[in-house]
Design a protein around this ligand. Sequence first.
Ligand code: HEC
Length: 169
Amino acid sequence: MAFGKNKGLAAAIALGLGAATMAAGAALAHNEPMPKGPMSAGAKAAHQRHANFEKLGAAFKALNDELRKSSPNVATVQAQTRTMVSLSNALPTWFPRGSGVEARPKSEAKANIWTDAAGFSAKASAAQVQVSRLNQAALKGDMDAVKAQVRPTGAACKACHDVYRQQKD
Ligand code: HEC
């Protein structure tokens, strides 16, 4: 992969949002079907959240894949950024109390999401701002601006993960 011309993409991958991470996420999903039978509200929320984050990660990956092409398809780029806007706007609703590791042992959500709700909410808002800028650039059809916005977007994802997510194998 030629990273020279696309620092944003290189940064996104350096931030752990590259193909390997996404493949790992997909593998995890396949290994973990929705449990059968009745689930607690917390467990349902935790499983739904897992699926939603996979969609968010997949959209960001698809965006990066498209931007890597010599002439990215604007409609494809817009479809991904639109998905990212709606998911990141909904993100704060994915964490009801009782939906942490106590509800889904594989959850990577740390307990400070609930003990430091204000800090968590601030990280979510900061990410929404960056994703919104990404989408605005896409809607203008300005692919250079979209590329430039990949890095700050990935950084906003990472800023939350660094504090509130405990990555597991
Ligand atoms: C406000 C905090 C926050 C922001 C912002 C955030 N995430 Fe996350 N993310 C989390 C938490 C917490 C988890 C772990 C959830 C769990 O396992 O229950 C997670 C998990 C994930 C996962 C793993 C899904 C899985 O379970 O395998 C992916 C992929 C992901 N996030 C992508 C992104 C991307 C891409 C962005 C930015 C566009 C982003 N996240 C922004 C908090 C955040």
